[in-house]
Design a protein around this ligand. Structure first.
Ligand code: HEC
Ligand code: HEC
Ligand code: HEC
Ligand code: HEC
Length: 441
């Protein structure tokens, strides 16, 4: 049996793999339907290729957009999904890239994107910079859709995505409730219900296949997107009627499966990997987006180097705890043994050391002139230090103690109240907490 004859537009002579598999004998009643599914996962913040070598010059948001135009000319009804993992969270630059990746992808009419923890690393403000069809099936609140219905011709498809609870940053913090459910039974029930209605089910679970099989049965899953592989797409497998797809990371390629659907099941698929080399033109509609991005990168660079200069020239109002230690050994000793000295390590432990919503209380002077930027640039200003409570100390140090510190007229409770507030410290009582870090007179 053959696929419906199709106008294959030669997508550059670059088709890496092509697999044609027939899975079942067609029923004579159902004429069947063809669906083009374009999938990817884990762009990991690779907004554009560096272009340093020809072999590595693949991918990027602008080429992806123009390839999608080309593919849609071939099939305007194509389905476009991603298993998420769009942003990286290695540096403060990743936040800016994340913002522009989200905005860029928002122009591509995605049908559904499974959210991954890394997409949440910069907090809600970044996620809402662009309207993307995020799905998180085990998310507890209503921030994200739990499933997404997609309709093409007579076929209804239902997209689901699972966020592995073991990686939930909130689960690692004492006294914080998890953001996701860890019982896969709810997802399994939704899948069964979708299949009862005759839907084709698409599920993204960013875990290795062996772990997914321990998590939930594949019985009601038609298409399963598993954890991305480094750069290269995996060969698809059909396991007892479930088509298992493995995207390649870093946005270098797109995966394409042509599905033949009959009696609400996939009867055939043809797989192909579409690389995005330089020969794929940049989408013209993203020219302005790209200019804006580069201008922001430059602005950031200039701001950071000004900051770096200020730090090394000693014009930042903050000096860091090591400098205070020179004259206040006693206070320094108390501080070293306190939880405040571990505040940044605790953020790192939960993968949140790039989230501005967290940094403001776990570092010195975040988003203030001369304050903490990131670990690479300002490693002397991590943690909660003397200057969080006493105020910036440069003038005091330069005057050998003769000038008071920034917050010299603050009441102690006012100092603590910058951070020990509301849900961040529900049990805070000055009389209980101060004795744990008591120093000075
Ligand atoms: C060169 C030595 C020196 C360094 C470095 C130094 N101090 Fe002092 N500090 C002093 C002296 C001397 C006094 C006492 C001044 C007085 O009592 O008149 C003092 C007093 C203080 C006081 C109490 C008076 C006030 O202004 O509130 C605080 C708090 C204080 N220092 C914090 C700090 C912090 C925080 C740092 C690091 C940012 C620091 N000091 C660095 C010498 C130093
Ligand atoms: C308003 C200030 C503030 C913000 C914002 C803040 N924290 Fe904290 N955080 C605190 C305080 C205060 C404590 C200590 C609570 C206590 O022991 O009473 C704390 C404690 C922690 C701990 C240690 C918990 C433990 O059990 O030892 C972690 C981890 C943590 N915060 C992570 C985060 C993350 C992640 C974010 C961002 C999503 C964040 N914090 C944002 C103030 C803040
Ligand atoms: C969590 C907030 C906090 C941190 C961190 C902190 N302090 Fe203090 N410090 C206080 C408070 C509150 C007092 C008591 C002020 C009072 O009694 O009025 C104090 C008192 C002092 C005093 C005595 C002031 C006086 O007038 O007797 C010195 C000196 C001092 N701190 C230096 C330091 C140094 C140096 C560090 C860092 C190694 C540090 N503090 C870290 C909150 C803090
Ligand atoms: C800049 C924010 C900030 C300020 C200001 C601050 N704290 Fe904290 N505090 C924290 C954070 C963050 C933690 C948790 C550190 C960790 O465990 O990672 C913490 C933890 C603590 C702890 C340890 C709690 C425990 O469970 O043992 C004590 C005690 C404490 N703070 C006392 C104080 C007092 C007293 C003040 C005011 C004089 C104060 N803090 C001011 C951010 C702050």
């Amino acid at each position: 049996m053959n696929l419906r004859p199709r106008r294959w537009r030669p997508l550059l002579p670059l088709l890496l793999t092509a697999t044609l598999v027939t899975c079942a004998t067609p029923s004579p009643r159902d004429a069947g339907q063809h669906l083009t599914l374009i999938y990817s996962g884990n762009m990991n913040g690779e907004l554009e290729p560096c272009g340093c070598s020809e072999g590595g010059d693949l991918g990027g948001v602008r080429r992806r957009a123009s390839m999608l135009h080309q593919l849609r000319q071939d099939d305007p009804q194509l389905l476009l999904i991603s298993s998420g993992g769009l942003v990286g969270h290695e540096s403060s630059q990743d936040r800016l890239k994340g913002e522009y990746i989200f905005k860029g992808l928002a122009t591509m009419a995605y049908d559904a994107i499974g959210i991954q923890w890394q997409d949440l690393a910069f907090g809600d403000p970044l996620l809402t910079t662009a309207a993307l069809p995020w799905v998180a099936s085990n998310w507890r609140s209503d921030n994200f859709a739990r499933e997404k219905t997609l309709v093409r011709g007579n076929t209804r498809l239902q997209f689901f995505a699972w966020l592995p609870p073991q990686a939930d940053p909130a689960g690692k913090m004492a006294g914080t409730t998890r953001q996701v459910d860890d019982d896969p039974a709810v997802l399994a029930a939704s899948l069964a219900a979708a299949r009862d209605r005759g839907d084709i089910t698409l599920v993204s679970v960013p875990l290795p296949l062996s772990q997914i099989r321990q998590l939930l049965p594949l019985t009601n899953i038609d298409v399963l997107l598993i954890e991305s592989q480094h750069e290269v797409y995996g060969e698809p497998q059909m396991i007892d009627g479930t088509l298992v797809l493995q995207p390649g990371s870093r946005g270098m390629r797109l995966g394409r499966v042509d599905l033949q659907i009959r009696d609400h099941r996939i009867t055939q698929f043809q797989h192909q990997v579409i690389p995005l080399p330089k020969a794929v033109a940049d989408a013209p509609e993203l020219a302005g987006w790209y200019e804006e991005f580069n201008a922001k990168v430059k602005e950031n660079y200039l701001r950071r180097s000004a900051q770096r200069k200020a730090l090394s020239a000693g014009t930042s109002p903050f000096v860091g705890v090591d400098v205070c230690a020179g004259c206040h050994a006693g206070a320094h000793k108390v501080w070293t043994g306190s939880e405040h000295a571990k505040a940044f390590a605790d953020l790192e432990a939960v993968g949140k050391s790039f989230d501005p919503d967290c940094l403001k209380c776990h570092t010195v002077g975040f988003e203030q002139e001369g304050g903490f930027i990131d670990l690479a640039m300002s490693d002397t200003l991590t943690n909660v230090q003397c200057e969080n409570c006493h105020g910036a100390g440069r003038d005091h140090v330069e005057a050998k103690g003769a000038k008071p510190l920034g917050n010299h007229d603050w009441k102690p409770s006012q100092m603590c109240g910058q951070c020990h507030v509301g849900s961040h410290s529900p049990d805070f009582k000055f009389e209980v907490y101060w004795p744990k870090i008591v120093h000075g007179r």
